[in-house]
Design a protein around this ligand. Structure first.
Ligand code: ADP
Ligand code: MG
Length: 319
């Protein structure tokens, strides 16, 4: 298997035609046309085997996830995806692995009519770097920095599932259907692109939840110069996560676990109801989980308004 044969497998598996691709894979660089009155939004993420996914992860899942985590960043900016490049480092030139990887990548790319327009292929420890490109109308992108005191804080979908799936994989026990659902959330995250478009021009700030809700909401707070209160009893929970974990462990997965790729955003109280209706109609609803306050930092409270703190045993009431 030569480098060029591998590139050809990737190219044929991921062939998606777009009018704005003047020149795709095959020359020294791609030539792409950005639509008038729009800005280009660009993001890169690397996945390293054993760090960003377990070494046992299937090639097709790695292909999907390497694109999904990047599309999630475009979603958080309110951008429409258009193109991607792929830098692939492989320990051995394995045709079947590359075919399966390309199938996983292409099945997600097709959902967004995203064209793979170039990349690089090298030998070394398994690592995948994807760069995605999308558009927003001039100055319409969602940022981390727009949250205001009094805003409500929301998240799409459910939290903690991917971290729950990872924990179950580590335990390596018998898998029932709800466990499989959690592992699926880890391996095949759904980037909330449609929801990012609904939020554009309406949310005041937005981020995707890749490192865990508290960490990522902390980024919104720092960028916006505000603080947040999160109601731990309001966190959206899948029935699979509820079935697999007790309350304390579940809370810690939902507050601290990464890899969910949901959107966390803030919006004014006045537009909240209408926004939630539009999000639900877009295919993934959102839940109010807190509010923006003046005092800096992210604090966790329960439904009674009491502070909840982390301890070695998980999240519990402040004594
Ligand atoms: P160069 O030596 O000019 O960098 P390469 O031989 O690396 O060219 O790549 C040849 C063509 O194949 C280029 O258009 C490049 O963008 C594309 N390409 C290489 N690797 C990949 C990949 N993993 N995915 C998509 N396109 C790739
Ligand atoms: Mg090259």
């Amino acid at each position: 298997m030569s480098e060029f044969e591998l590139i050809d497998i990737i190219r044929t598996h991921c062939a998606i035609a777009r009018d704005d691709v003047r020149l795709g894979i095959g020359d020294d660089a791609a030539i792409l046309t950005v639509p008038a009155n729009h800005q280009l939004v660009v993001s890169t993420d690397t996945l390293v085997s054993g760090v960003h996914f377990p070494e046992t992860t299937q090639a097709a899942d790695i292909g999907w996830k390497s694109l999904a985590v990047n599309l999630s960043d475009l979603a958080a900016m309110g951008a429409t995806p258009a193109w991607a490049t792929l830098a692939l480092t492989l320990p051995v030139p394995d045709r079947r692995w590359v075919e399966a990887f390309s199938d996983g990548f292409a099945s997600l790319a097709r959902e967004f009519k995203l064209a793979l327009v170039g990349g690089d292929t090298t030998q070394g420890p398994l690592s995948i770097t994807v760069t995605v490109h999308g558009f927003v109308p001039n100055d319409a992108a969602l940022l981390r920095s727009g949250a205001r005191v009094g805003d409500f804080v929301f998240v799409t979908g459910t939290l903690g599932d991917a971290a729950g799936g990872l924990r179950l994989m580590a335990e390596d026990g018998q898998r029932d259907d709800s466990m499989k659902e959690l592992v699926q959330r880890l391996n095949r995250p759904t980037p909330r692109v449609a929801q990012g478009l609904v939020l554009r021009g309406r949310a005041r700030s937005c981020i995707d939840v890749s490192d865990g809700l508290l960490a990522d909401l902390g980024h919104i707070c720092a960028a916006s110069g505000v603080g947040c209160e999160v109601d731990v009893d309001a966190l959206p929970t899948s029935s699979a996560l509820n079935a697999g974990f007790g309350r304390e462990e579940r809370r810690s997965l939902q507050l601290g676990g990464g890899d969910d790729y949901e959107l966390c955003f803030t919006a004014s109280e006045e537009i909240a109801a209408e926004l939630l209706g539009d999000l639900a109609r877009s295919g993934c609803g959102a839940t109010r989980v807190g509010r923006v306050v003046e005092r800096s930092g992210v604090r966790v409270i329960d439904a009674a308004g009491d502070a909840v703190v982390v301890s070695s045993r998980g999240w519990e009431h402040f004594a």
